[in-house]
Ligand binder design. Sequence first.
Ligand SMILES: NC(=O)c1ccc[n+]([C@@H]2O[C@H](COP(=O)([O-])OP(=O)(O)OC[C@H]3O[C@@H](n4cnc5c(N)ncnc54)[C@H](O)[C@@H]3O)[C@@H](O)[C@H]2O)c1
Length: 472
Amino acid sequence: MKIFCIGAGYVGGPTMAVTAFKAPDVQVTVYDLNQQRIDAWNSDELPVYEPGLDEIVKKCRGKNLHFTTQEQPHLQEADIIFISVNTPTKTYGMGKGRAADLKYIESAARRIAEVVKTGSKVIVEKSTVPVRCSVAIKTILGACSEHSAAQFSILSNPEFLAEGTAVQDLLNPDRVLIGGDVDEAGQEAVRKLASVYKRWVPEERIITTNLWSSELSKLVANAFLAQRISSINAISAVCEATGADVDEVARAIGRDSRIGPKFLKASVGFGGSCFQKDILNLVYLSSSMGLEEVARYWMGVIEINDYQRRRFAQKMIQTMFDTVSGKQIAIFGFAFKKDTGDTRESSSITVCATLVEEGAHVHIYDPKVSKEQMFADIAAVIEDEAIRARLPQLVHVEKSARDAAKGAHAVAILTEWDEFKTLDYEAMYEDLKKPAFLFDGRAIVDAVKLREMGYEVYSIGKADPGILSDYY
Ligand SMILES: NC(=O)c1ccc[n+]([C@@H]2O[C@H](COP(=O)([O-])OP(=O)(O)OC[C@H]3O[C@@H](n4cnc5c(N)ncnc54)[C@H](O)[C@@H]3O)[C@@H](O)[C@H]2O)c1
């Protein structure tokens, strides 16, 4: 069997690497237009950081795993063609800021129709798409291959991996979802794709359904996950105001088996390329069907996320005597979560940009994010041209957390990297200006111990000691 994947990004690369690893009899070719990305996949420095990924790629690359910018002859020869291209939120025209931009999906579908002229091919939507995107792909393939003998079956096979644990999620998925047409050809295609996954995924975890339910399930899964984060983050504000502790509340409610303990950690807000984009997609879909109440309900999840980021940055400024102008602030973490170098929609971007707009000098340390990426992300959200021009003076990228903290007025923990839990905060205290402020946007350090060392600590979802002392 031969598999061809269009798009060598965070999803295409790792999913195909694990497929090649678990199905050594299958030849897997991953294709991308971006030469730099393909060169990186073929080098010792992969374009995506994921624990365990290097080893798997090294074992399979050149054997049954190939990264290329050449479509031919692999595309024509493939039995299964995955479409794993990006589907960002539209930045123009109808549906701007909400709908998914399907131009990359469409160009991939057109290319398949142009190139593939014979044989029976299974086309798999791996990208996250709005409901009924499969109909559009089917129409394009049908219309563009008039004089072709090729037969196409379209499947929806959304990806549920989480960045940071992608390899584990792919090796041991909770479920694999495959949606297909209910006719015999559709069901045959479903069986063909399921036969690939069955090499390493137990049969009872392979769920099959119809196309549209599968497409919608991906949007709904992300909406539910993000909604849990916004729910606990909304409660974190109530905890800070009342003296309750959000971790204690999460522990108590998480023991209810109907609620469960996962995804109940308060933070400075969710990030990543998917949650916001997929909820906006659901909001747009609901709204365009006239379901305004539904659209408003899900929009609230994003509004709470924006509120949480603003609230954190405002808390920092207010605590530092209402001004951060000219102050040095150490930023621990820029990636949207630990164990990834991905910064898309990271809350760190909003917090850093707000501080810089207020005249602060931010000294950022992240173990996996490049300096160029940090500058590009911050510049993209700062509207004032004069401030953008001053970014080289206001943003500094450091090689370690301790370097970032030297001479700083405050530290802000924005990504929950493990190394920030075990830093020598006692020694670091000496390097900071006094009062030494520490703002923990992930609630990962022991605020009580740090206060004993002399720090002024604000931890998300935990009341200031002042509130508590009114009562105890
Ligand atoms: N990142 C995640 O954690 C995640 C998880 C689940 C699902 N998804 C979904 O998977 C899809 C891909 O996401 P990603 O994070 O891998 O995106 P990405 O931006 O990292 O990668 C997409 C790749 O597709 C390439 N591409 C675009 N059009 C192309 C074309 N016509 N031909 C060849 N290559 C083309 C781009 O150059 C890019 O390298 C999206 O729909 C996303 O919503 C992402």
